[in-house]
Design a protein around this ligand. Structure first.
Ligand SMILES: NC(=O)c1ccc[n+]([C@@H]2O[C@H](COP(=O)([O-])OP(=O)(O)OC[C@H]3O[C@@H](n4cnc5c(N)ncnc54)[C@H](OP(=O)(O)O)[C@@H]3O)[C@@H](O)[C@H]2O)c1
Length: 255
């Protein structure tokens, strides 16, 4: 993995941040994006370069405008000589999800569309740009984060759950067509993981307690629980895994 480059959206918090550090520990150079946390992103770049001896750089990105991925990758081209891995991780919250993060009878097309744009369209444009670069180095690995909220009911999660179901299908289509370029495409789907996104749930404490109770492991998921799976899927150890969703739910979905 050493000397290769990861491009990841939303590397400043939660699962994205854990993935950034997991790859940095393996000697992978990291180009990550931020949205609101510029200061944190700059401090993180310094920390990564100082403590892990890798090249790191942070770039602003708004996944509600997926086409801007094209400019982002042109910037990344100036700073990194190759792209080997792309992880579509960022997620929107707050005002843009109004009408999307709610009960079925209160869903509104605008909120649903925003979530779809930020989840599916952003994955598509980001993965297309990444694939063009991966082709030049003989292949690579692409991952979309997903959530078990497309398999089991989570209150207010209809907008996100349906977008995650869609992105998992898009992953399979991408895998079918990009394999010829040596590019593998998979999804990593998590059960409830302790991050800001989950803490923003109106029923966060209930979800936390139910998850710990449902899991045979007796605890909530942590960002690191998904980061290891991403590193594995990008490594040669996963060389014949493509078009799949890896489920990491602490055993909660079965119960
Ligand atoms: N938490 C869970 O329970 C869970 C479970 C399964 C899957 N997932 C998935 O894992 C991924 C990460 O979730 P998380 O819980 O780690 O989220 P999080 O802690 O809320 O972090 C969100 C990240 O996305 C960035 N972001 C926010 N709005 C953005 C925008 N408009 N454009 C571009 N970037 C934006 C943030 O950047 P700034 O910090 O700069 O604002 C931050 O880095 C998501 O795809 C999520 O669906 C989460």
């Amino acid at each position: 993995m050493k000397g290769k480059t990861l491009v990841i959206s939303g590397g400043t918090r939660g699962i994205g941040q854990a993935i950034v550090y997991e790859f940095a520990k393996a000697g992978v150079n990291v180009a990550f994006t931020y949205n609101s946390n510029e200061e944190l992103a700059i401090a993180q770049v310094k920390d990564l370069e100082k403590n892990y001896g890798i090249k790191a750089k942070a770039y602003p990105l708004n996944i509600l405008e997926p086409e801007t991925y094209k400019d982002l990758f042109l910037e990344i081209d100036k700073d990194f000589d190759r792209v080997d891995f792309f992880i579509s991780n960022a997620i929107i919250s707050g005002r843009p999800v109004v009408g999307g993060y709610t009960k079925f009878m209160k869903l509104k097309p605008r909120g649903i569309n925003n979530i779809f744009t930020a989840t599916v369209n952003a994955f598509v444009v980001g993965a297309q740009e990444a694939a063009k670069r991966m082709e030049k180095v003989g292949g690579g690995s692409i991952i979309s984060l997903s959530s078990t909220g497309n398999l089991v009911y989570i209150e207010n999660y209809a907008g996100h759950g349906t977008a995650k179901a869609a992105v998992e299908t898009m992953v399979r289509y991408a895998a079918a067509e990009l394999g010829a370029m040596g590019i593998r495409v998979n999804a990593v789907s998590g059960g409830p993981i302790e991050t800001d996104a989950l803490r923003a749930f109106t029923n966060y404490e209930e979800v936390r307690d139910i998850t710990a109770k449902l899991s045979p492991l007796g605890r909530m998921g942590q960002p690191q629980d998904l980061a290891g799976a991403c590193l594995f899927l990008c490594s040669d150890k996963a060389s014949w895994i493509t078009g799949h969703t890896m489920l990491i739910d602490g055993g909660t979905t079965f119960k």
